[in-house]
Every structure is written in C-alpha cells, then in structure tokens.
Design a protein around this ligand. Structure first.
Ligand SMILES: [Zn+2]
Length: 149
C-alpha cells in the first residue's frame, strides 16, 4: 500500500509539510499536507488525514470524528495496519483526554477502537515485535502476517 496510490484513488491533492510530525487535511480543496512518508508513523498519520476527508462528518470538535477517521484508515490498510500504527493512534487519541473525551461513553467508544486496532494489528505486529525485528545491522525485517477479515 503506497501513500501515492491512495491519494490517486481518492483524488487527494498533496502538499509537502516541512514539520516532521505534522499533517493536516483541508476539506474544501481535498488537500493533505504531509511530511515525506518514510515509515509506519508517517503513513499512519497521512492515511488518518485521508480518513478525515472521506469520513462523513466534518465537525472536528467531536471525538467521534477522530475515531471515524482512524477506523477508515484501518479498513483501508487491512493487514498493513501495524503495531507501530496502533501505538501512534492510541497516543494521538489519548491527547484528546480529557478535553474531548468527556463522558464514560466517549471513553468506551475510544477503547472499542483501540481494541479493534489491536486485533487487526495482531500479536505478530505488536510494537515489541516490531522493535525486536530491527536487527543489529539496523535492517528492519518485514514480517508479513496473514490477513484475517
Ligand atoms: Zn484527526
């Protein structure tokens, strides 16, 4: 799954974002500003922004919208969704506590998305395994796991 293929498929315009960990989506022009995509973290944030463009609600003040965008991403990436991406999602969503996750129901919705993502990432793609997979020579071993629908 290449970022550029997703962009072509969904007719997103792309702009380069100089800041390394910042990505934004602009609805009116369907433009995603993204830093260069070198790995799972940048890809996770990039596709998440795409999720904002493609998910139905436009109100970014609602946590639901964030959850929808991540859900959309998981669906798009399928088996490519990784432990590193899961970790990134959890970190991003936790920044909304307590400002936008106000009720117990909000918390439950968020936990449900975490569980969904963890299940999809699978044990073989957990953060620990990914870190272990980076060998002494600095080469990342890519372990492709079996997709489960
Ligand atoms: Zn978002």
């Amino acid at each position: 799954m290449r970022a550029v293929d997703l962009a072509v498929q969904h007719e997103w315009n792309l702009e380069r974002e100089p800041e390394r960990h910042k990505a934004t989506a602009h609805f009116a022009t369907r433009t995603i500003r993204t830093p260069p995509i070198h790995g799972d973290l940048e890809l996770a944030v990039f596709v998440h922004e795409g999720g904002h463009l493609e998910s139905p609600m436009g109100d970014r003040d609602r946590i639901d919208n964030e959850l929808l965008a991540w859900r959309w991403e998981m669906k798009m990436l399928g088996f490519r969704w990784s432990g590193a991406m899961q970790h990134e999602m959890e970190a991003c969503l936790r920044t909304y506590q307590p400002l936008r996750i106000k009720t117990y129901q909000d918390l439950q919705l968020m936990e449900a998305v975490f569980a969904e993502g963890a299940e999809q990432a699978g044990p073989a793609r957990s953060e620990t395994m990914n870190r272990t997979a980076i060998g002494g020579n600095g080469q990342r071993t890519y372990v492709r796991r079996t997709a489960h629908d």
